[in-house]
Design a binder for this molecule. Structure first.
Ligand code: ZN
Ligand code: ZN
Length: 352
């Protein structure tokens, strides 16, 4: 367990979003985080999956002893706060039991920037109740690093299918007792097969089930190239979740994300006017992966007795989440639309 005491007052310092410093929440003293000594690395997947490893679900929670107040906190998070004095705590994740984060994309969006992102989001929601503005107070917002897997892979895919080519025929038909002709488009199908290949870079898979994946996907794209080699300092003062999706499962999800891209390649390769793809058999080579921590603000707010969840990309400020609809505003909009239709009808009648 690691804590970072302030050099001037001894309190525990936190990583300040948008900076490269640890900042003391009490006296404001800053400590620079050392520049990275190495680049972010990809890890070969095949040798890794042959290593013995405990399933992540069977790992015991981390036990943190707060250096500030001495309280013991148990948590399955990599970083958390002391349950008693809320000092930031960061676990040492050097043990061989779990995959260690390779990279972290540090928070760039701080609380004022978060409020601004939420204000823009709330004001651009159609038919939102006025209470949605409450979300901009972001009181319940907490900063969380969520585990994500990235996969690189070369793929070679053999496919079979059909290429369709259009041609036109002249058909005769009867209308009102007359014989007429018309042009009709038909498709002639030819067998097609071939091979396509592609290299996928950083296919991103969410490694936790605790936050709705639909929302997280809407926070893409991530500026992954701005990620830093993992340093526990970036986690201080922010919550960090342990992954729950094993890397092997993540790879299956990554293949599912690659499949539609590969199918598009097959269709392009088949050519013609239309394509049918009957089978695709893909082999993967040079597969590498890494565990990344991505910064996300997570909050919930209450409206009419229901909880709505909102997430914000801690790097780009893009917002995704649930929002309530105002029945009053929708009814008023419908009323205005009906009024406009009525006015148009009246105008039309008067002009006749
Ligand atoms: Zn201090
Ligand atoms: Zn404490």
């Amino acid at each position: 367990m690691t804590q970072y005491p302030c050099s001037s007052c001894g309190a525990n310092v936190e990583f300040a979003p948008g900076t490269t410093v640890l900042k003391c929440p009490y006296c404001g003293a800053e400590t620079a985080i050392a520049a990275p000594e190495r680049a972010v690395r990809e890890h070969a997947f095949e040798p890794f999956v042959r290593l013995p490893r405990k399933p992540i679900a069977t790992l015991a929670p981390h036990t943190f002893t707060c250096q500030g107040c001495g309280a013991i906190t148990q948590s399955d998070k990599i970083s958390d706060r002391c349950g008693f004095c809320s000092a930031p705590l960061v676990a040492d994740v050097s043990s061989g039991d779990q995959v260690i984060p390779e990279a972290v994309l540090p928070f760039a969006v701080d609380r004022p920037a978060l409020r601004e992102a939420l204000r823009q989001w709330a004001s651009s929601r159609w038919f939102a109740p006025n209470s949605l503005k409450k979300v901009t107070e972001a009181e319940s917002a907490h900063s969380s690093y969520l585990p994500h897997w990235t996969y690189d892979a070369g793929t070679v895919s053999h496919y079979t299918g059909q290429r369709g080519e259009h041609y036109w025929v002249t058909e005769t038909y009867q209308e009102n007792g007359e014989t007429r002709t018309r042009q009709v488009r038909k498709t002639r199908w030819y067998p097609a097969s071939g091979r396509v290949s592609r290299f996928f870079d950083d296919v991103l898979i969410v490694g936790t089930a605790r936050v709705m994946p639909d929302h997280l996907h809407k926070l893409e794209p991530w500026p992954l190239l701005e990620a830093q080699p993992y340093r526990p300092e970036f986690l201080a003062g922010h919550e960090t979740l342990r992954y729950e999706v094993e890397p092997e499962t993540g790879m299956e999800h990554a293949k599912a994300r690659m499949a539609p891209v590969i199918e598009r390649d097959c269709r392009h390769d088949i050519g013609g006017d239309e394509q049918r793809v009957h089978s695709v058999s893909t082999s993967y080579h040079d597969v590498t992966f890494k565990l990344m921590l991505l910064p996300i603000w997570i909050m919930a707010y209450l409206h009419a007795g229901r909880t709505f969840n909102v997430v914000v990309n801690g790097r780009t400020g893009s917002v995704a989440g649930e929002r309530p609809y105002s029945a009053v505003k929708i009814a008023f909009a419908v009323f205005l639309a009906l009024l406009a239709v009525a006015a148009a009808i009246v105008a039309y009648q008067m002009n006749r």
